[in-house]
Design a protein around this ligand. Structure first.
Ligand code: AMP
Ligand code: ZN
Length: 652
């Protein structure tokens, strides 16, 4: 038992780290909860073996580098979980023995991340994450970008409130679509996307991502008499408060509400993972108090995970643009979270080995972030005598030998002429964020490739109307449309072209940064590794990849062919003004400014060529300090960073 306790502690800590710090969990919440419950039970029976770092002793989260720590004036708490009707009834009994006429209010448990907002005289002064419950991260500047968080309340009061920030389902889908197109890793679910967004160091990204909030608690001492009254008050102050709730002293009524919400939750525009049942009276709440980590007056009923069992009928291996070969299982169809699922990802060969997934196995499938079904684990007692899965050694597309690089979990085809690789590369070149050639999607690429009309991206610019009309099922009208789109793409800014070339690690954003700097593709092709790596926001991985790519002679021939075909190689976006007075400087604003608002000051600084960030570090070149500047100024002094005031900025 001691061994199992240690094992569970280590495993859960790893998952917690993935979840809280990297926003990238490798197991489903349900799997985590199952292991956690197992540990809770074991620890209850063998308290002498409870590990010091046991996750049952902590609240959650970790402090990241990059944001200032924020000491919460009132600690944030976690909630006790309930996974069954019985556990809710037990909670009801516990409460009723102390307060026979207690009433409850049940609220939706929003699946986002907790935030705390402090207002002084009705003005938003700080916004923070939960962190470990007593110390969080100061993410004020990011939270100011969230539209439904009021910067100014309807009344000039001092108050600290708690709530949940979340990402609506539709924003989540859009972001992942974009990340997919850029070759970036997708967020596993909306909660991780929301957390990742709020821990972004670039506040403008936050503004674009359309987060929402629901506030539900007054953390500073409240004048209200009940939770219901608190919710009404928060609403009146201008906060977004979730309208769905149920108040009753009868647990049967609350249970009914829970079941109704469970069947309707798919229709909500955001994700919830349960229902929180709270004792309504704040006086009773105070009497009931807290355990080490959670209030005694509340319980979170967690919905059973949307997991189903299905049988693996076969496995497809497909080659992506970068040569990575991904396994996808074909399943016996099951209903999962409102849709029929018949395919699920198996991630990669290491995952298959780790989970020992075999053909014919019954497996548990779930929806990661409700869009990409994935196989979670094998149902061991339903296995009869399946053989291990045959892992391909040859590329399913070109039959050349696959490699399994040591530092990678994936299998890779490294044949640059592999038809799958080439076709995915052509599709990428034509995709929206690259050269944006409408009409050149997978089906058309397939046809053109099969007809030997395109082998590389330069060939796209030699396609004629006659070529297209000779293809199966292509009409004159669509042929002309495609040709027009191809012609129009020649005028694109060169950063689109660079991204379209599909160089490893070189995404849309890096492409733009590179061309802002080098202005033309030929200049970039001659750049030194060190010069590239020194560009703010890039670094050596991208620099190495570019230098390796541009060292190839065939790449030079390709670019030349594109140039001859009339494709633009110059950057046409906004040119950086290198003569601007603060060009290339990283500036931090702190303290209260008299004449300019923060936003105005930031705009001015950016117009002068500076990059404005929120925390002081060794990379900071200049700090503009207003009155009452606090820890940032201290830090700047300590680091010997140049400090100026508002007047100085206005003079510029
Ligand atoms: P857990 O993280 O499972 O311990 O659950 C506690 C978390 O649930 C809190 O820290 C909040 O972030 C979150 N939560 C979401 N909705 C609510 C709500 N209506 N009331 C209280 N907590 C909520
Ligand atoms: Zn291949």
């Amino acid at each position: 038992m001691e061994k199992r306790i240690k094992e569970l502690t280590a495993l859960l800590n790893r998952y917690r780290h993935e979840y809280y710090t990297n926003d990238n969990p490798s197991v489903s919440d349900a799997e985590y909860d199952r292991l956690y419950q197992e540990l809770v039970h074991l620890e209850a029976s063998y308290p002498e073996w409870v590990q010091k770092d046991s996750p049952t002793q902590a609240v959650g989260g970790q402090i990241l580098k990059g944001f200032e720590k924020y000491q919460h004036p009132y600690p944030l708490y976690s909630l006790q979980d309930a996974f069954s009707h019985e556990e809710l009834l037990a909670f009801d009994r516990r409460i009723k023995t102390e307060f026979p006429n207690a009433t409850y209010v049940a609220e939706l448990k929003i699946d986002g991340l907790s935030i705390s907002l402090s207002y002084e005289q009705g003005k938003l002064v700080t916004g923070a994450t939960r962190g470990d419950g007593s110390v969080g991260e100061n993410i004020t500047e990011n939270l100011k970008q969230v539209k439904d968080i009021p910067r100014q309340l309807n009344k000039p009061i001092d108050i600290t409130v708690r709530g949940e920030a979340y990402m609506p389902r539709h924003s989540f889908m859009l972001i992942n679509q974009e990340r997919h197109e850029n070759g970036e890793t997708e967020f596993a679910n909306p909660r991780n996307a929301a957390a990742g967004t709020l821990r972004q160091l670039d506040t403008s990204v936050v503004a674009k991502r359309q987060l929402g909030t629901f506030l539900y608690q007054e953390a500073s001492p409240s004048q209200a008499s009940s939770q219901t009254a608190v919710l009404e008050k928060l609403h009146e102050l201008g906060f977004s408060v979730n309208p769905t709730r149920q108040a009753s002293g009868d647990m049967a009524v609350i249970w009914n509400f829970i079941q109704t919400i469970e069947t309707e939750r798919e229709q909500l525009s955001y994700e919830i993972d349960g229902i929180v049942v709270k004792v309504d009276s704040l006086a009773m709440q105070e009497e009931l108090g807290f355990t080490v980590k959670a209030p005694r007056w509340a319980i979170a009923y967690k919905f059973p995970a949307e997991e189903k069992e299905a049988k693996i009928l076969s496995v497809d291996w497909t080659v992506g643009r970068t040569g990575v070969v991904t396994p996808t299982a074909n399943l016996s169809p099951v209903q999962l979270a409102g849709t029929t699922v018949s395919r699920a990802t198996l991630h990669n060969v290491d995952y298959i080995a780790e989970k020992d997934i075999r053909l014919g196995d019954t497996v548990v499938v779930y929806k990661a972030g409700d869009i990409i079904p994935a196989v979670l684990r094998v149902v061991a007692d339903k296995r009869s005598h399946q053989e291990p899965l045959v892992i391909p050694t040859l590329c399913p597309s070109c039959h050349s030998e696959l490699v399994h690089l040591e530092e990678e979990v994936a299998l890779r085809c490294i044949n640059p002429l592999c038809p799958s690789l080439v076709k995915r590369g052509l599709e990428h070149f034509a995709s929206r964020n690259a050269m944006n050639i409408a009409g050149l999607g997978p089906a058309m690429v397939d046809k053109l490739f099969a007809a030997n009309l395109i082998q590389d991206v330069a060939d796209i610019y030699h396609i004629t109307q006659a070529d297209l009309l000779a293809l199966d099922g292509v009409q004159e009208k669509s042929a002309d449309k495609l040709l027009a789109a191809i012609a129009a793409s020649k005028a694109n800014s060169a950063d689109k072209l660079l991204f379209g070339l599909g160089i490893r690690h070189v995404g849309a954003k890096a492409s733009r940064l590179l061309l802002e700097e080098f202005e033309t593709l030929p200049h970039l092709m001659q750049a030194k590794r060190e010069t590239i790596a020194a560009i703010n926001g890039l670094g050596s991985v991208i620099a190495d990849s570019l230098v390796r790519y541009f060292a190839k002679e065939e790449v030079h021939l390709l670019v030349n062919e594109l140039r001859v075909a009339g494709v633009n190689l110059d950057y046409l976006g906004k040119k950086l003004d290198k003569t601007a007075q603060l060009f290339g400087m990283t500036v931090v604003l702190t303290g209260k400014l008299e004449q300019l608002t923060r936003i105005e000051a930031k705009d001015k600084l950016e117009a002068l060529g500076a990059k404005v960030t929120s925390s002081v570090s060794k990379k900071t070149d200049l700090v503009i300090a207003g009155s009452d500047a606090g820890s940032k100024l201290d830090k700047a002094l300590k680091l010997g960073i140049e400090i100026q005031d508002e007047d100085w900025l206005r003079q510029l």
